[in-house]
Design a binder for this molecule. Structure first.
Ligand code: MLT
Length: 313
C-alpha cells in the first residue's frame, strides 16, 4: 500500500522555509486569491494562513471532510471563526512566540516616532518644507502604560525600561509575581492606568472584552499631550475616538499598525489625522520573525497531522 501523502496549503505570504518533508506535499501560494482558495481547499488536509485570509464559515464549509488542521502563522487567531472551526472538529494552531520580539520592537518604534514627529517631518521635508520648529518629547522619565502584560507587553516593558521609562501595566489576568519580576507597577483598573501615564500601548488579543476598550471616555482620562500606540489589533482603540483626540490636540501623537478593516480604504479617517504614524500591519514583518513563524507553524501543523494519522483519523 502506498503511504498516504498529506497535503498542506499555505495561502498567505510568509517564509515557509523548507517545503520538503517526507509524507507531505506543502503548496506555498503566497497571496492566494480567495476564490482560488475556496476552490482548491477540498484537496487539502491542512491550511496555513496569516491574518489576511478570513477563515470564516464560508471558507470552512468550502473545505470539505479532508481538512483537519488550520494553522495561523502568527499570534492572533481573530481572523478565524474558532467556534465554527471547533464545531467542525478542526484543530486550530498558531505560532505564539516567533514574532513577539518584532511586534514589541515595532510598538517601541511607534512610541519614539510619535514622540519625535517622525512621519510628520518626513512628509513635510519631502513636500519641500524645512520645518525645524516642531518640538518632540523625550521618553526618559516619562511613564508608559501597557494594557496586556503577556509575551509582547512584557517585552515592550523591558525595552521601555531600557529607555529609562517608568512602566505601569493593566492586566487582570497576570499575577502580582510577574509584575514584581518585571519591575512593572500594577494598575488595578484601566481608568487608573490611563490617568497615570504619558504614553499608552495596547498588547491584548481582539476579543469582545477588548474591542473598543479605549474609546472617547478613556482617551479623555489621559493627560493632555499623551501618546497612544496600537500595534495589536484594529478596534482595541476606537478609530474615530483616536482621530478626534488627535484633531482636538488632546493627544500629542499616536502610532497605529492595525486597522479595523485591512487594508484601509483610500479615504480612511487615519490618513488625514495629525501626527499619526501609520504602518501596514508590519509588526511581525521582519526577516527573523518570518523565518521563525514559518518554521514554527509548519512544524506544528505537520506534527498535528502526524498525530491525527497515527490515531487512525
Ligand atoms: C500576529 O497576530 O502575530 C500578527 O498579526 C501576524 C501577522 O502579521 O500575520
Amino acid at each position: 500500500q502506498t503511504p498516504q501523502v498529506l497535503r498542506v496549503l499555505i495561502c498567505d505570504e510568509m517564509n515557509p522555509g523548507n517545503l520538503d518533508h517526507d509524507g507531505f506535499q506543502i503548496d506555498y501560494e503566497g497571496n492566494m486569491d480567495r476564490a482560488e482558495t475556496l476552490r482548491r481547499l477540498p484537496d487539502y488536509d491542512a491550511l496555513i494562513t496569516r491574518s489576511r485570509t478570513k477563515v470564516d464559515r464560508e471558507l470552512i464549509d468550502a473545505a470539505g471532510p479532508k481538512l483537519k488542521v488550520i494553522g495561523r502563522g502568527g499570534v492572533g487567531v481573530d481572523n478565524i471563526d474558532l467556534d465554527y472551526a471547533s464545531l467542525r472538529g478542526l484543530l486550530v494552531l498558531n505560532a505564539p512566540e516567533s514574532n513577539n520580539v518584532s511586534a514589541a520592537e515595532l510598538a517601541v518604534m511607534h512610541l519614539m516616532s510619535a514622540a519625535r514627529g517622525l512621519t510628520r517631518s518626513d512628509r513635510k521635508t519631502r513636500a519641500g518644507e524645512w520645518d525645524r520648529k516642531f518640538l518632540g518629547l523625550e521618553l526618559k522619565d516619562r511613564t508608559l502604560g501597557i494594557v496586556g502584560l503577556g509575551r509582547i507587553g512584557s517585552m515592550v516593558a523591558d525595552r521601555a525600561q531600557g529607555l529609562r521609562m517608568n512602566v505601569v501595566a493593566y492586566d487582570p489576568y497576570v499575577p502580582d509575581s510577574k509584575f514584581e519580576r518585571l519591575g512593572v507597577t500594577r494598575a488595578a483598573t484601566l481608568d487608573e492606568l490611563l490617568g497615570a501615564v504619558d504614553f499608552l500601548t495596547v498588547h491584548t488579543p481582539l476579543t469582545d472584552e477588548t474591542t473598543g476598550m479605549v474609546g472617547a471616555r478613556e482617551l479623555a482620562l489621559m493627560k493632555p499631550d499623551s501618546i497612544v500606540v496600537n500595534a495589536a489589533r484594529g478596534g482595541i482603540i476606537e478609530e474615530q475616538a483616536l482621530v478626534d483626540a488627535l484633531h482636538s490636540g488632546h493627544l500629542f501623537g499616536a502610532g497605529v499598525d492595525v486597522f479595523v478593516d485591512e487594508p484601509p480604504t483610500a479615504d480612511h479617517i487615519f490618513l488625514r489625522a495629525p501626527n499619526l504614524g501609520i504602518t501596514a500591519h508590519l509588526g511581525a514583518n521582519t526577516r527573523e520573525a518570518q523565518e521563525r513563524v514559518g518554521a514554527e507553524i509548519v512544524a506544528r501543523v505537520l506534527a498535528a497531522l502526524h498525530g491525527d494519522v497515527s490515531k487512525g483519523a
